[in-house]
Design a protein around this ligand. Structure first.
Ligand SMILES: [Zn+2]
Length: 296
């Protein structure tokens, strides 16, 4: 059975078709055009699905019906209403994306948030293969996490399992858009780290520029704060979940010192003297979203 996976991002929508062995049959990427609104996004996804179906042997009505469709989206799905909340693609907030897609496509659709899709893809097809319990994190513009146990997403009683980015690191700390204070995301997301650098150095630089600016007298201080927060946030995960592997994704996963000094800093804070949890870089890169969507 062929599988269509759609990764709905803030700037682009990517679609892929894979076969039973997750071999890519067709792939296409189109702009999201958020400015044109929600209905335009729905239509774009429909056009993308039909294009992918046509590109493969699923063009006939019958086989399109047996092809699964999964969608990876930013934001969380409310367990009560099924509506999307906390999405950085603003026009999705409060929308019933799953049912609206089902109606426009005349086809069942599975839908999951991007951090869960990332963790699932890496656990089953990426660097986490052969491990039972995986904690996957996305560290980029936002920060999120997903828990995979025995090949399945662990959602939890109220669908918030793995929402690592919004657990409290510092009581009364930085204000977060979610309404709480001290959330992980307000310390180790890309924008939070750039803001911290600006406060220390007065320089308005991107994360990439900051990393390349290690001679700056403020760099050591900035890096220490970053690693302290990184270590505290992941040692909490190991203390509670004790996963077989932690996989880093998102733009910040390209920072090499997270896998050396960062890992050591995490180990120092864990409540165990035998900690050896691998903290590794993702294998699938930007493709984790579409593959995760195929696996739903
Ligand atoms: Zn928060």
């Amino acid at each position: 059975m062929n599988k269509i996976g759609i990764d709905l991002g803030g700037t682009k929508i990517e679609g892929i078709v894979v076969d039973d062995n997750y071999k890519t049959i067709a792939r296409k990427r189109i702009p999201t055009n958020q400015a044109n609104g929600y209905d335009s996004i729905l239509k774009s996804i429909k056009i993308l699905c039909l294009h992918l179906a046509e590109k493969t042997s699923v063009a006939t009505q019958e086989s399109f019906e047996t092809t699964s469709i999964g969608v990876c989206t930013p934001g969380a799905l409310s367990l009560d209403s099924g509506l999307i909340k906390n999405s950085n693609t603003q026009c999705l907030i409060g929308k019933d994306l799953k049912n609206d897609l089902k109606n426009i496509l005349h086809h069942d659709v599975s839908i999951e948030n991007d951090a869960n899709c990332f963790a699932l893809a890496e656990a089953k097809l990426g660097v986490g293969k052969d491990h039972d319990i995986i904690f996957g994190v996305i560290m980029g513009t936002g920060v999120g996490g997903g828990i995979i146990i025995d090949g399945k997403i662990h959602h939890g009683r109220t669908n918030i399992a793995g929402e690592w980015g919004h657990h409290c690191l510092h009581t009364g700390g930085n204000s977060c858009y979610c309404g709480n204070k001290g959330c992980v995301e307000t310390y180790i997301s890309g924008p939070a780290l750039e803001k911290n650098w600006y406060q220390l150095s007065g320089l308005n630089q991107s994360l990439l520029e900051i990393i390349q600016n290690s001679d700056n007298q403020n760099f050591a201080n900035w890096k220490k704060t970053f690693l302290d927060n990184f270590a505290l946030s992941l040692s909490n995960v190991i203390d509670i979940l004790d996963p077989d592997m932690i996989i880093l994704g998102g733009g910040l996963s390209n920072i090499d010192f997270l896998y050396t000094e960062g890992k050591d800093a995490v180990y120092e804070k864990v409540f165990s003297d035998t900690v050896d949890t691998p903290i590794v870089k993702n294998l699938l890169g930007d493709s984790a979203g579409v593959f995760g969507a195929c696996l739903l």
